[in-house]
Design a protein around this ligand. Structure first.
Ligand SMILES: NC(=O)c1ccc[n+]([C@@H]2O[C@H](COP(=O)([O-])OP(=O)(O)OC[C@H]3O[C@@H](n4cnc5c(N)ncnc54)[C@H](OP(=O)(O)O)[C@@H]3O)[C@@H](O)[C@H]2O)c1
Length: 333
């Protein structure tokens, strides 16, 4: 049953992507303040997202710190398992394996892969390399990727993706897989109005288009900064997010004002504008969700699209914006 107050997803026009769900916060204490007392709300958030038609879920074996290691995968696996079997089939569950320094060689991900699959209770459709080791151990990455490709070839997982690769490395990996007759399904990179570099002429987006690789936008709300209305009087989130918000918020007011104008025109929340800007650029936003109302807002964003003028206005203000999200240090060239 869906709530009649929430608009249903409309058919997605060609070139406009759907919306996926990110689960980094489901276990991470340091940045997101995870506590097991949140699990019931996370379960409700998951169920609401699925009921409203969101089908792509992204997790990682490193989401969950300290004693909560692998927690995001465990929670997601349990939530998927609790769905009626006919509804599970509609979902795409993707995890990312971390190329830690001790994971070496073609079989370096073997145990990690099996552990993730166990935590996810077998509900695993795509495996992704979490980040590139090109900057500090360039020899490590190729063997690990060959191992992930082996998993696909052996039918142990359906598809293969990468994350935090730049355009040069992306072409290399795509070419290597193609020589084995395998497809590189997706690339996920940081992409938002405060991190638009992937869309530049020399960025990864044109390479993805050319090679038929799905582009996934992570942190599309800039950790929540882009879901807050303009103005600086609001309470800051605790911890390192608060420090980031304090630094960037004063610099991004013109962007937030443009977003608010567009949000009002569509009777939509700010978050929907940030989400739909990614979709308008052909990227599938992975929105970090942990509450039912956030799932509803993300799903409702799929009921409308930015028009060309709105997209161009946002592009222009984002280009001129004085604040930028920190780049991922493990992003390769
Ligand atoms: N490959 C990688 O290296 C990598 C890196 C980062 C992220 N990711 C993936 O991308 C996903 C999303 O990125 P992210 O979690 O960094 O951040 P994000 O999606 O940019 O922001 C998520 C935060 O925005 C706030 N939010 C969400 N919906 C909202 C709404 N409707 N209204 C107001 N606020 C809303 C929430 O904060 P509050 O709950 O505090 O309100 C939420 O936790 C991750 O979960 C992960 O799956 C991948």
């Amino acid at each position: 049953m869906t709530d009649p107050a929430i608009p249903l997803p409309v058919p997605v026009p060609s070139g406009v992507a759907a919306v996926g769900v990110g689960t980094w916060a489901w276990g991470n204490q340091f940045l997101w303040g995870y506590d097991p007392a949140q699990d019931a709300e996370l379960a409700a958030c998951f169920r609401r997202a699925v009921d409203l038609g969101l089908t792509v879920f992204d997790t990682a074996d490193s989401y969950g710190t300290g004693r909560f290691g692998g927690r995001s995968e465990s929670l997601l696996g349990g939530f998927v398992e609790a769905l009626p079997p006919d509804r599970r089939g509609a979902l795409t569950v993707a995890t990312k394996l971390a190329p830690f320094p001790w994971r070496l060689g073609r079989r370096g991900f073997e145990r990690a892969f099996e552990a993730s699959r166990r935590r996810l209770r077998g509900h695993l459709d795509r495996v992704q390399l979490h980040w590139s080791t090109a900057r500090y151990a360039p020899w490590q990455e190729a063997a690990l990727l060959e191992g992930l490709a082996d998993l696909v070839e052996q039918g142990r997982v359906g598809s293969l993706g990468v994350s935090n690769l730049g355009p040069r490395r992306l072409r290399l990996v795509h070419g290597r897989l193609a020589r084995r007759g395998l497809r590189l399904s997706s690339l996920q990179v940081q992409l938002s109005l405060l991190a638009p570099d992937a869309l530049a002429a020399e960025g990864v987006a044109p390479v993805c288009r050319e090679l038929g690789i799905e582009l996934l936008a992570y942190s599309p709300l800039a950790l929540g900064l882009l879901s807050r209305p303009p103005g600086e009087g609001q309470a800051l989130p605790p911890g390192p997010r608060g420090l980031l918000f304090r630094r960037l918020q004063p610099r991004i007011q013109p962007l937030l004002q443009t977003m608010e104008r567009i949000a009002c025109a569509h009777n939509a929340p700010m978050a929907a504008v940030a989400i739909n800007w990614c979709r308008a650029h052909g990227a599938l936003p992975l929105v970090g969700l942990r509450r039912v109302d956030q799932a509803e807002a993300a799903a409702a964003a799929t009921s409308w699209c930015l028009d060309d003028g709105e997209r161009r206005d946002l592009d222009r203000v984002a280009q001129r914006c004085d604040g930028r999200m920190p780049a991922n240090p493990f992003q390769s060239g």
